[in-house]
Design a protein around this ligand. Structure first.
Ligand code: 6PG
Length: 637
């Protein structure tokens, strides 16, 4: 990625040193890279001075007086609009004092130095220069080595010298991040490790959040060139324009508050990226609002938790495609890579589509988690300890591994004292809202995402701990006898349910894509979910290929075969679970959905008749394909 370089604040850089040291070459090269003007002090000498020097006579301090003041005037004038570079020998401390009069705080000194012999040889190779090599000794004699300058040895190439100077300049940051919570901090470190110059901001809340950014910078070596702030205008000013600012703050009103505070300091064409789990409808509203202000808004789903954010998350950016191009190199750099080394970050679509697909990602995640919880319920009922359950699940990895399967094995093995930690954890599951929004979205779109509902409602039902305990006493379910279904059947049931989960998740995305005209690419979404994110799995890698040829998983022959081969197993497992009163909400929902989906003539005819009876809602008839609606007076004999 080409590094765009801008100085953090208007600065005059004086490149100083004896004649022949290479000030003009280095100054011009640096100026080109920083895109700022370059001035050679030699061009500001009076004719009298030039004549004197060409005659081999050293200039006196008096000779230099007007020249130094002219250069100071030039520097002061330049600073009003821009930074600049001035190459000037500035051999004495008193000369440098004149040069930086009134602008010392905005002045940076770079001292080029080499041996007398090395410089003499260089000068002898030069033509058309009024300074003869005889004057060199007097230059060395006059030189008072500066204490406050960046000292650069000229024995390396000009390019290396310029790179060294740049490393030491207060440069504008390329990318800003607001919100140094767990995810924000990890993303900062990830960006910095990839060589991105960042500015980091965390608000100041007395006695609660103080010096967060400054202290965080001190903790990690890779943040040595990162700029820490708790002052918003200073943070914004530290960024190169057009600015790229990523928000990693809590979804909801906090996002609007940050946007409101940022807006007065932003310029047209700047981009804000919301990397949190925001509601896609709010993202669309923010997108429109900021568009009216000339600011780009990218709603980016970011998955992978703390570790993913640090080592490489899966990123799902949505918004204006052109604006995305500005932030693309940064997001791609920090994203996980797929099996071919391609970033797991791809432009999703317009408006809130990035956050929409992240929401569905989370819905699929809820189900994948619940399916493993269902498996755990059954294996526990068979009398297995958590370690034994982990042993069984380990064997499943070789068929189709997944991140969630892996972490579940690790979790199950974790002990605290004599007991497994999992046994000590209260069985009430939390959530942060994305599953809830996914169910609202699927209901609004009219898509039966029954598995997400099953997993979400299983979490909600878990909340009623006290009522469940009371009901257990009241109804005394016979959950003590071991279900008979085999481990092989259980494995097949799990695989069957996973297929249904992915079918439903991608179906919901496809329907939304059509409804909102987002033109989402299912194969590409599956691809960016093959690494970095929570639902990464071997199956997702297969799906990235399958979705290249169809949008409908059930139309894919391998899927049809896989479901047929596992159907009787899931039927047995679910039937057994019912008989043994074992709750496996998502596995059972998978076969119930499938049974309904594969029923050509459903009971909905009766629903239509009922609707027509009490509400005259009308119905269509099987023998009439014109689409006409009928009403019957059901009570008339
Ligand atoms: C991810 C996760 C992450 C997080 C959510 C959902 O993709 O990295 O989905 O975003 O786990 O907060 O978690 P809840 O279970 O709390 O809803």
């Amino acid at each position: 990625m080409k590094q765009a370089i801008h100085l953090a604040k208007p600065t005059v850089i004086f490149i100083m040193g004896v004649s022949g040291v290479g000030k003009s070459t280095i100054g011009a090269l640096l100026a080109k890279q920083l895109e700022i003007p370059f001035f050679d002090a030699d061009d500001y000498h009076s004719e009298a001075n030039i004549l004197k020097m060409s005659q081999g006579q050293p200039l006196t301090d008096h000779d230099r007086h007007d020249w130094l003041h002219a250069l100071n005037t030039l520097a002061v004038a330049q600073l009003k609009t821009n930074s600049c570079i001035i190459a000037c020998s500035a051999l004495k401390a008193s000369y440098r004092t004149i040069l930086e009069t009134t602008i010392a705080a905005a002045t940076k000194w770079v001292f080029l130095h080499g041996s007398f012999q090395q410089i003499k040889e260089r000068m002898q190779h030069r033509s058309h220069h009024f300074m003869t090599s005889d004057l060199l000794q007097s230059q060395f004699d006059t030189l008072e080595i500066p204490q406050n300058a960046l000292s650069i040895d000229i024995h390396v190439s000009p390019e290396e010298m310029v790179a060294k100077i740049q490393e030491n300049l207060p440069l504008k940051a390329q990318f800003g991040l607001i919100g140094l919570g767990v995810m924000g901090k990890s993303l900062c470190r990830n960006l910095a490790q990839k060589g991105v110059r960042i500015s980091m901001y965390n608000r100041h809340v007395p006695e609660v959040e103080e010096d967060i950014a400054i202290n965080f910078k001190k903790e990690f070596e890779e943040l040595s060139s990162a700029l820490p702030f708790d002052d918003l205008p200073a943070f914004v000013n530290s960024l190169k324009t057009p600015r790229k600012i990523m928000l990693m703050v809590n979804a909801g009103t906090a996002i609007d508050a940050v946007i409101e505070n940022l807006l007065p300091f932003l310029s047209q064409g700047d981009s804000i990226i919301d990397g949190g789990n925001s509601n896609y409808k709010k993202t669309k509203e923010r997108f429109e609002f900021l568009k009216s202000k000339g600011i780009h808004f990218i709603g980016a789903g970011v998955s992978g938790g703390e570790e993913g954010a640090l080592k490489g998350p899966s990123i799902m950016p949505g918004g204006n495609a052109k604006a995305y191009q500005q932030v693309q190199p940064f997001l791609e750099r920090i994203a996980a890579k797929d099996k071919n080394g391609v970033p797991c970050c791809s432009y999703v679509g317009n408006e809130g589509s990035g956050h929409f697909v992240k929401m569905i990602h989370n819905g699929i995640e809820y189900v994948e988690m619940q399916l493993l919880a269902d498996v755990y319920t059954l294996l526990k009922a068979k009398g297995n300890t958590p370690d034994q359950i982990a042993d069984i699940l380990e064997t499943w990895k070789s068929t189709k591994n997944s991140y969630l399967l892996e972490i579940t094995c690790t979790i199950l093995r974790k002990k605290e004292g004599d007991d497994w930690l999992v046994n000590k954890i209260m069985d009430t599951a939390g959530n942060k809202g994305t599953g809830n929004w996914a169910i609202i979205a699927t209901a609004e779109l009219g898509v039966p995402s029954t598995l997400i509902a099953s997993a979400l409602f299983a979490r909600y039902a878990s909340f009623y701990k006290a009522e469940r305990v009371a009901a257990n006493k009241q109804f005394n379910p016979q959950q003590h006898t071991a279900p008979k279904s085999s481990l092989e059947d259980l494995h097949k049931a799990y695989q069957f349910a996973r297929i249904i989960n992915h079918y439903q998740g991608f179906k919901l995305i496809q329907e939304a894509s059509e409804r909102f005209k987002w033109a989402l690419n299912l194969s590409e979404l599956a691809r960016i979910w093959t690494n970095g994110c929570i639902i990464r799995s071997d199956y997702m890698i297969e799906l990235a290929t399958i979705f290249k040829t169809t949008h409908n998983l059930f139309a894919h022959q391998n899927t049809v075969q896989a479901l047929k081969a596992r159907k009787s197993a899931i039927q047995k497992v679910v039937a057994e679970s019912v008989l043994h009163e074992l709750p496996i909400p998502s596995i059972s929902n998978a076969i119930h959905f499938f049974t309904g989906y594969t029923t050509a003539n459903s009971s909905a005819n009766l629903l239509q008749a009922q609707r027509d009876y009490f509400g005259a809602h009308t119905y269509q008839r099987k023998e009439d394909d014109t689409g006409q609606y009928y009403h019957t007076d059901w009570q008339q004999h």
